[in-house]
Design a binder for this molecule. Structure first.
Ligand code: S3P
Length: 442
């Protein structure tokens, strides 16, 4: 356990880059392993979550090498070409790694065992077990469909048509990845659009994938058993990581920073839209497209924020950003009401409870009513001066360290170790910009 404290910071100033996108990093490793030839990746996130996925793919027979910091090569085995791992795959804290790989191995003819840390072993897996069972795979899981679990992959995979009961890009991706080894068309219908990195990357690797609008969402059709061709990719900066220096800048008077090369895929950019509605000075500069994803430099300036109502329909495009949005709301003038947050209960921690309890300890009114969270700001820095439990959740840890940087009194979190899952250089980068985050020696 590493306790961390964050005290009143200097104004944040300067330029920075955040690490590669976590969602894209997992996916490019997986698709690289299923392609024929050598895939070269620049700016891969070297966080624990992604390194676990790389280790799991190695155990499944792919050769993966780090050429130099951030630059990686994956020597793929071709669709359907993975081999039975001799060891249990331990995905650590990573729900994305675990669920996407379950999709991959469900349609390979061997047995794979999965486990993870205390947080991952508490998270629900029925959402992937249910559709993947329809492909012909069998699962043996602990009570409540939790890890550790075994996947008995099928040797004659069925393509399925599946309608997502929850808006989850992980479930959508697990089904599509399973469909790669099945003959014919695998179809996923999502009532609300979720992040589409799997679709973009499948296309980038040469798969035939069709996306059609349906109702408010999409219908995605993948033609199975493609030959995926090795590709090159530079992973954009992670908008979910950029969210932390962004909010730290907005709430500390006199701050102004630029974050370069951040992914601004509209299905990930809900936070930036919401902050703009709160009156934040945020601009996207030098917009470009790289590897099928929109990228920009984000320019942020401190200034007054006001409360807003965030509709439930926006939740999928900012699902990982509510902890830090709630921090921005704590500094804003008035009430911020965030609807449709049910999925926050099954993240790395129960984030709804973690956010509300942490804010209350810091002197901020936060009320949970069903799936709605209401945070009452006064337009002035909250008291702070609290010890907050990070609950094995990197985004809870980082959000409250951001709060501590601009609150009246320092904030301490009990354990910052999981920050390395998504943002290994978080403390170094934030302190270079102006914050005062430090390890607390016990
Ligand atoms: C992710 C999807 C989201 C998100 C997670 C990453 C992905 O989860 O919270 O951090 O890479 O597909 P859900 O699919 O459970 O919404």
């Amino acid at each position: 356990m590493t306790a961390l404290s964050s005290g009143s910071s200097r104004p944040l100033r300067g330029h920075c880059r955040v690490p590669g996108d976590k969602s894209i990093s997992h996916r490019v490793l997986i698709l690289g392993a299923l392609a024929v030839g050598r895939t070269r990746i620049a700016n891969l996130l070297e966080g624990d979550d992604v390194l676990r996925t790389a280790a799991a793919l190695r155990a499944l027979g792919a050769r993966i090498e780090c050429d130099r910091a951030g630059t990686w090569s994956v020597h793929g085995v071709g669709v359907g070409g993975l081999a039975e791992p001799a060891e249990i795959l331990d995905l650590g804290n990573s729900g994305t790694g675990a669920r996407l790989l379950m999709g991959v191995v469900a349609t390979h003819p061997f047995t794979t065992f999965f486990t993870g840390d205390d947080s991952l072993r508490r998270r629900p897996m029925a959402r992937v077990i249910e559709p993947l069972t329809r492909t012909g795979a069998r699962f043996v899981a602990r009570n409540g469909n939790r890890l550790p679990l075994a996947v008995v992959g099928t040797s004659s995979p069925m393509p399925i048509a599946y309608k997502l009961p929850v808006p989850s890009a992980q479930v959508k991706s697990a089904v599509l990845l399973a469909g790669l080894s099945a003959p014919g068309e695998t179809t996923v219908t999502e009532p609300v659009a979720t992040r589409d990195h799997t679709e973009n990357l499948l296309r980038h690797f040469g798969a035939a994938i069709d996306v059609a609008a349906e109702g408010g969402g999409k219908r995605i059709t993948l033609t199975g058993q493609p030959e995926l061709k090795a590709a090159e990719l530079s992973v954009p900066g992670d908008p979910s990581s950029a969210a932390f220096p962004t909010v730290a800048t907005l709430i500390r008077a006199g701050s102004a920073i630029t974050i370069e090369g951040v992914g601004i895929n509209p299905l990930r950019a809900g936070l930036y839209q919401t902050l703009a509605e709160m009156g934040a000075q945020i601009a996207f500069a030098k917009e470009r497209v790289a590897g099928g994803e929109r990228v920009a430099d984000i320019k942020v300036k401190a200034g007054a924020l006001h409360g807003v109502e965030v509709p439930a329909a926006r939740a999928p495009s900012m699902i990982d950003e509510y902890p830090v949005l709630a921090v921005a709301a704590a500094f804003a003038e008035g009430r911020t009401v965030m609807h449709g947050l049910g999925e926050l209960r099954v993240k790395e921690s129960d984030r709804l409870v973690a956010i509300a309890e942490g804010l209350r300890k810091c002197g901020v009114s936060a009320i949970i009513d069903g799936d709605t969270l209401t945070v009452e700001g006064r337009g002035t820095p909250p008291r702070g001066g609290a010890r907050v439990a990070a609950r094995l959740d990197h985004r809870i840890a980082m959000a409250f360290l951001v709060l501590g940087g601009a609150a009246c009194k320092p904030v301490r979190i009990d354990d910052g170790e999981t920050i390395t899952t998504s943002f290994p250089d978080f403390i170094k980068l934030m302190n270079r910009l102006g914050t005062r985050i430090a390890e607390v020696r016990k």
